[in-house]
Every structure is written in C-alpha cells, then in structure tokens.
Design a protein around this ligand. Structure first.
Ligand code: KG4
Ligand code: ZN
Length: 342
C-alpha cells in the first residue's frame, strides 16, 4: 500500500449528493471540521411522499455551488488552501451522485489538486470516529439508514466485515412506510420518534422477527403486522401504534448489535446513519450496552444523517492509504461497503 501525504494540516473539501441532501464540508487533518453545510430537499420531496430521483438531481444542481461557497467561506480559508477535493461516488441515486462527482472532479482539475471518490457507507462509519477520535478497534458499527441496515465489524481503517444485515426492508424504510400508512408524512423516522413519547410502548406486542438466531434482521413482517393491527383496530391511537412499533425496532437492533459485540469482543459500539438519530435507540443502546460493559459512542444527530463532514473524514483516510482516485471515476449506484470507487 502506498502512503500519501495526508497529515494534520491536510485540508479536504468534500461534497455529498447521494440522495436528498446537498452538502459540502471543509475538514482539516481528517477530524477537525471547519465547516459543514447541509441543504435538505425534504420539503421538495415531502409532497410526493418520498424522494423523486429526477427532482433530486435538479435540486442538487441548483444548490450545489451556493452550498460549496458557504462551506469554503464558513471555513475561513482561501480556496488555494484546499489540498484534496472529494465527493461521494456511491452508493446512491445515479443522477444525484453524478452532480457531486462531476463538480468535485471539475474543481480538482481546475485547481490542480487530487480528487478522491468516497464510498458513502464507509463515510457513515467515519462519522462516529469523527465525533470521538479516542475510539479503539475492533468496533461494532450499527449502520441504520433509509437504504441500509448493517451490523459491521470494523477492525481498522478500511477493514470491515458485514456480520448482519436486513433480509428485507431497511430500518429507516420501515419507519417511513409505517409513517406513511399512519398518514404522518415524510420522512417518517423523526415524526414517529417525536410522537412516540406520548404513546405507550407496551400497548401492542408487535413481533420481533428472527430475534433468537443469528445477526440478520427483518422488518417487513413488523410493518405488515402494524398495518394489519390498524386495519382490525381502526380506533387505536396513532401514538400507541408508533410507540409500540418503535419499541420493537429498537429491541431488535439492540439485541442483535449486542450479540455481535460480544461475539467479536468489541472495544466499542458505534451508531451511524439517519435512524441513529432516534432518541429511543440512542437511550436503549447506551443503557443496554453499558450494562454489558461496552463503550457506546453516539455521534451527534447531525453527524448521523447525511452530511459532507463524514465524506471528508473518509476521504482523508482513503487518500492516506490509497492516494487519489483517477478522474475517470464514475458514479456507482450499488457500490458495496468494502468497495473503493475507481
Ligand atoms: O442516513 P440518512 O440521512 O439517509 C440515507 O442514507 O438513507 O437516513 C434517512 C433515514 C430515513 O428513513 C428517516 O426516516 C430516518 O433515517 N430517520 C430516523 C430519524 N431521523 C431520520 N428514524 C428514526 N428516528 C429518527 N429520529
Ligand atoms: Zn446515508
């Protein structure tokens, strides 16, 4: 492996456009966040009940330059101080990814700086390390977002094994689908999180699938049970359904993550992805994890949902180990966790 010049003063400008947030960030030395700007398209997509890919690409095109300008201005550095330009190269929506990758490659070319294509999933793992650089390997990372649910063993930089994953819906997808059925709007996670506080989490005993075997999870049956329950009991209160659904999701995620942590003798448990912003998941993982003697790291909510600071952190590490990415790099909608964009 060739070592490249990446040290405490290396400044990375990173761009994130894989889904419905247009984001740019300037990070020095891999963990000193000088600026992190996120422009959300949630309002634009909410009226369609979900992200519309073509609408997302157009919105990225409109916001990206102002978002990059704000990130550089807020960082308080001259553009000439930027050493590396990075962008998410996958996975994500192809048109959305292309906007960020093209912009980053153009800037790298014009400024004559190296370009680094970043794996979005790897970046979610780095969000935890960005917030707490004292974390020690091996770590168990629970990555729970709208598109992914994975329990990952992280033994070192770039060294991962996926120990468990969802066999059907992602955790965030389950939140979004249940919220949609209950007419709570999009995205569902934050609303269910908020209203569950008013509900009784033990009101309905929803099933916890595959709880006793292995590290894989399943949420599709849970979603169907919620729908069937509401059909049979039309007068049930939304807050009790939300709280009971959320209790089941969090129970499954905590039990499986702790099982994985014990299995590998982890030195810490880290949460990542949009669902890691969930209040009950944060509280329960901390309580149950610490009771078993594990250090539980909760990145700030802003670091859990999509942002470009985590892209910059991952880019810094990839640049140090693998050097720049060729400008022929494309956008890869189905990029797997361990894959490095080329
Ligand atoms: O990581 P993310 O911002 O985008 C993807 O890469 O998917 O995750 C978005 C997902 C959505 O499904 C949203 O409903 C969920 O994260 N989410 C939450 C919360 N905030 C966002 N789920 C539960 N509780 C929350 N507080
Ligand atoms: Zn994400």
């Amino acid at each position: 492996m060739t070592m490249h010049e990446a040290n405490e003063s290396t400044v990375v400008l990173a761009i994130e456009t894989s889904c419905d947030e247009t984001a740019a960030s300037v990070v020095m030395g891999g963990n000193d966040v000088l600026s992190s700007i996120v422009s959300s398209q949630i309002e634009i997509h909410a009226r369609f009940g979900g992200v519309v890919p073509e609408v997302a690409s157009r919105a990225h095109l409109e916001s990206l330059i102002p978002v990059i300008n704000s990130a550089v201005t807020e960082a308080g550095i001259a553009p000439s101080r930027i050493d590396v330009v990075a962008a998410t190269a996958g996975p994500g929506l192809i048109g959305a990814l292309l906007v960020g990758v093209s912009a980053a490659k153009a800037l790298a070319h014009v400024w004559d700086k190296p370009f680094v294509g970043v794996n979005h999933l790897e970046a979610h793992l780095y969000a935890g390390l960005l917030d707490d650089p004292t974390l020690q390997f091996p770590l168990i990372v629970l990555l729970v977002s709208g598109g992914h649910t994975m329990i990952i063993e992280m033994r070192g930089h770039g060294d991962y094994t996926i120990l468990g994953r969802t066999i059907d819906d992602a955790a965030g997808e389950a939140y979004d689908k249940v919220a949609r059925y209950l007419n709570l709007g999009y995205p569902g996670g934050p609303v269910i999180d908020r209203i569950s506080v008013e509900g009784n989490p033990t009101a309905i005993d929803f099933p916890r699938a595959m709880l006793h075997d292995g590290l894989d999870v399943s949420f599709s049956g849970l979603k169907t049970s919620v729908i069937n329950y509401v059909k049979k009991n039309p007068d049930v209160s939304n807050v009790d359904v939300a709280a009971s659904f959320q209790a089941a999701v969090v129970d499954i995620l905590c039990i499986k993550t702790l099982r994985a942590a014990k299995k590998i003798g982890a030195r810490g448990i880290v949460l990542g992805g949009g669902v890691a912003a969930n209040s009950l998941l944060r509280a329960e993982m901390t309580r149950r994890g610490e009771a078993e003697g594990f250090k539980v790291a909760l990145p700030s909510r802003a670091m859990c949902t999509d942002n470009a600071a985590m892209i910059a952190a991952a880019a810094w590490h990839r640049y140090a180990s693998d050097g720049p990415t060729d400008l022929s790099c494309g956008a890869y909608p189905n990029l797997k966790l361990a894959a490095v964009p080329r």
